[in-house]
Design a protein. Structure first.
Length: 291
């Protein structure tokens, strides 16, 4: 009897893990964690920053803000990855290095992790953090009328969920409050992860997948979006991005689809550390700054 696939053409967990576990095939996976930690330490030492600002009622709901030197600066909010169950905002202070040098106030979001909380709750926290920024970033020298968002991996998923939020109905904010969005190596269809090594921690079921897969809820949205991933990533990460791009464009939305040459899943966000990188230049241009 022919075995039914778990997801698309994948017959077992090993096949899915080979596509969705980014450490497989890397000679020294720990080097990327070391890189993030060192560059983030440098960012906190060299840049003006305000750390651990609460945006919600739980201890995990905090923001780190790296204000630009000039007042009323445009803003970029970054949501970190870690497959919803690892890492913190402290590990990604590094993204402020290139952005702050471009005159962009940078905010890095922290949130509670699975399995202590569900992906539903993590999505709620990400949305709450962005609502807080839109309402309060002026107190830290940022311009609430020029806010862009972005995220990496699970953070790319959360940023995409933010684009699908009913900001006017649920938060009393403009319907499309963001000037731009950058989705790096995002997860837009959560179905395959139900059959992956992650399932014991992220605990997906049909309802969680339906509510939290950005691919299934694309709406018309005026926010220009960069959908990108490392060119050296697996075929599934490339497919996740290209499939979401198709659905996004089908709603009449504006998006750029672009693989980052020479980058893997972890190095795909290194460009945020370099002011002259394509990532920083794209964000700066969307926020009205000179390239």
């Amino acid at each position: 009897m022919t075995q039914a696939p778990l997801y698309r053409s994948f017959l077992n967990q090993a096949q899915i893990d080979a596509e969705y576990n980014p450490v497989i095939g890397l000679d020294d996976p720990a080097q990327y964690g070391r890189h993030y930690a060192e560059q983030s330490r440098l960012a906190r030492e060299r840049l003006r920053c305000v750390l651990g600002i609460p945006f919600g009622p739980t201890l995990a709901e905090t923001l780190n803000i790296f204000p630009a030197e000039q007042p009323n600066a445009p803003v970029f909010v970054f949501i970190h990855g870690g497959y919803w169950r690892a890492l913190s905002s402290k590990d990604f202070s590094c993204v402020a290095l290139g952005l702050q040098a471009r005159g962009i106030t940078t905010v890095v979001v922290n949130y509670a992790l699975a399995p202590s909380v569900s992906i539903d709750e993590i999505t709620r926290q990400a949305r709450a953090s962005l609502a807080w920024v839109l309402r309060h970033i002026g107190e830290y020298g940022g311009d609430p009328e020029r806010v862009a968002i972005g995220g990496h991996s699970a953070g790319g998923h959360l940023a995409a969920m933010a684009l699908q939020t009913r900001w006017a109905e649920d938060y009393g904010l403009p319907a499309d409050p963001f000037k731009a969005a950058v989705l790096v190596s995002g997860l837009f269809d959560l179905q395959p992860l139900r059959y992956s090594f992650l399932q014991p921690q992220i605990q997906l079921d049909d309802g969680v997948i339906r509510r939290n897969s950005p691919l299934f809820g694309v709406r018309p949205c005026s926010t220009p979006t960069l959908i990108t991933w490392g060119a050296d990533e697996t075929a599934e990460f490339a497919r996740q991005s290209s499939t979401f791009h198709e659905a996004w464009a089908a709603q009449g939305n504006t998006a750029t689809l672009q693989a980052l040459p020479g980058a893997n899943h972890y190095s795909a966000i290194y460009g945020f550390e370099q002011a002259d990188s394509p990532l920083c230049e794209w964000v700066a241009r969307q926020l009205g700054l000179d390239p």
